[in-house]
Structure formats: C-alpha cells, structure tokens
Design a protein around this ligand. Sequence first.
Ligand code: SF4
Length: 70
Amino acid sequence: MITRPEGNKHEGCHSCRFWRQGPSEERGPDWGECRRMPPTLPPMEEEKLVHVGIWPHTAEDDWCGEWEAR
Ligand code: SF4
C-alpha cells in the first residue's frame, strides 16, 4: 500500500483543483468526484438507451500524484 508522502497532508482531494465535492448518501458527506480525466463508461447493456459516464469517487482525505492546488 502506498502512503501519503510525509508533510503533504494539505495536498489531498479536498484542496485539489480537480475535485468536486458531492456528498453521497452511500459513502458520506466527505466524498466527491475526481474530474482529472474524462468519465469512463460502464459496460454497455443493450436494453439500456442512456449511458452515463462515471468519475472516480474519492474521499476528501484521499490523494494521488496528480494533485494540483485549487
Ligand atoms: S484523485 Fe488526485 S487528481 Fe483526483 S481529486 Fe484527488 S488528488 Fe486530485
């Protein structure tokens, strides 16, 4: 498991310019979507007429190497 680099606790999704906070009933109030990359599409099911893109859901204290300040 990769751990956050020491001394970079402010560099989390909560302070990243790519993060859109969006509280989730399933996950809790401190979750949101990472908009760093375009959404991905779930596997196509023929009977569905509408497909919706999905962004990764991350918690506000999550982080990754793509972090950029707001
Ligand atoms: S996963 Fe990375 S790029 Fe996405 S919001 Fe969090 S820190 Fe930013």
